[in-house]
Design a protein around this ligand. Sequence first.
Ligand code: NDP
Length: 403
Amino acid sequence: MSKVLVIGCGAVASVAIQKIAQNHDTFNEMVIASRTVSKCEAFVNQLNSDKIKVVADYVDADITSNVVGLILKHHPDIVVNVALPYQNIPIMEACIQTKTHYLDTACAEVRDKAGFEYGTQWVYHEKFKQAGVVALLGSGFDPGVTSVFSMYAKKHYFDTIDTIDILDANGGDHGYPFATNFNPEINIREITMPGRYYQNGSYVTLPALSRKHTYLLDQIGPKDMYLMYHEEIESLAKFIPEVKRIRFYMSFGQSYLTHLEVLENVGMTSVNPVLFQGQEIVPLQFLRALLPDPASLGPRTKGKTNIGCIIKGHKAGKHVSYYVYNVCDHQAAFKETGSQAIAYTTGVPAMIGAALVVQGIWKGAGVYNMEQFDPDPFMHMLNEWGLPWQENFQPVVIEDYED
Ligand code: NDP
């Protein structure tokens, strides 16, 4: 039986916390901590479970010594970081100092420069190795499940993988003209970066959202999908070294794109501070304060997400085309957890990754990406814990986009 410390109490945390509480055969104690203790306490009251002991605490996870103090107070077996990517490094450093397993769901970022690369976290490999504990990076859906999907395909259906196209489609509607499905600041930083994909050992860069393809997706229908950069491109290229091309596509509606364009044009998506009435403000952080809290979208969002990978390559000299994906219903996710599908599809894999690490099924010492462990137990748990996946060998595109 294990004790988990969850840092963060937002949209993704709310699902991870509930799934951890449901998995009381693995976890019997949980601490929930963030800067807003009242929100953490609300989760404790809401769970009200006699199967798992849950307490709330305060932490400002920007400061390593605070996290060290919190870990030494509670002695968790693992820290599940579902705060923001800004807190990854301080929390990782605290886990090294206290010899505690670590997990996150998104690549580390710094506040004053949009962008991310795994190198900033991979440099901690030796320190985690010396501490004898695991840091599991990117245990959400994308990154996370998309990497596990790819390794499952490699293990069972391919000798060599040539191409991976990751498709993240949201067929949900929350009724707002403009809102983001997870933390607005992190989401807008990601979307407004230049598009980038991996090809033959290097990266091809394109203007943001400048390449669109239409995919015909199960239970969602045709979706306009835009090429973006995403962190699992970097880890997949590293751990599937023969791969020739990896692309990531996300769906956006026209209203979202029009609002985003206007906001960008007037400077509201900038991360550079400006002086306003004698006070420095960051436009994107101000915008975040105006937008709906993603945690509040649950009751309003109807429709489904469809996230998966089209993988092409060879087995025994024959060409293979394979598609693996999950469809998640926003309303079903809300009924079970009070959250929409984006939070659900991230919070469930966070719990699964944590369970596999504390059970020693995913075992090691060092910093690991999802690609480095056996995909089978994770795939099994996806079916068991609410994210069933489907596979087929049919194309899912209206046209085949090979450029
Ligand atoms: P929210 O904004 O809803 O929640 C963020 C939480 O982080 C809040 O509870 C906040 O609490 C906490 N937090 C922020 N700063 C600190 C701090 N200094 N110390 C302690 N806690 C802090 O975000 P989401 O739940 O939407 O996203 C959470 C994470 O999940 C993000 O990293 C996001 O990138 C990732 N994500 C990953 C996905 C995937 O598929 N891999 C998909 C979607 C999201 P408080 O203010 O009280 O401190």
